[in-house]
Write a protein that binds this ligand. Structure first.
Ligand SMILES: [Mg+2]
Length: 115
């Protein structure tokens, strides 16, 4: 993840885009890219959204990339390690939303990557 952030920073620096990349602008750009992803699904039925054609999947992949690039750029501007932040948030979520007693799978399965 850190290497990708460095590649993004290098790309931006070579184009002298850092001055445009204020945290406010990056948050706006991130939101716009998320809206572009949403636009792909806008008129699909739930069933259609589960089985998109290859051309649509390629478009989804590009928007996911745009979102990740802006998210990593924003995180870097605030010296946030996005993986640590996500892990910390998952811990908070686990406390906020405890597993029901009759959960179909165990936490061990979930955190081992089996599901
Ligand atoms: Mg885009």
């Amino acid at each position: 993840m850190k290497k990708l952030q460095q590649e993004i920073a290098y790309f931006n620096k070579k184009r002298n885009w850092q001055s445009y990349h204020t945290p406010k602008n990056l948050a706006i750009a991130l939101s716009v890219e998320a809206a572009e992803l949403l636009e792909i699904y806008q008129w699909l039925t739930p069933e259609q959204s589960e089985d998109v054609p290859p051309q649509t999947l390629a478009h989804i992949e590009e928007e996911v990339a745009d979102i990740l690039i802006y998210l990593l750029t924003l995180a870097a501007r605030h010296n946030i390690d996005p993986l640590t932040a996500a892990r910390n948030k998952m811990k908070k979520n686990a406390l906020k939303y405890p597993e029901p007693e009759n959960a179909p799978t165990s936490s061990a399965d979930r955190f081992s990557g089996k599901i």
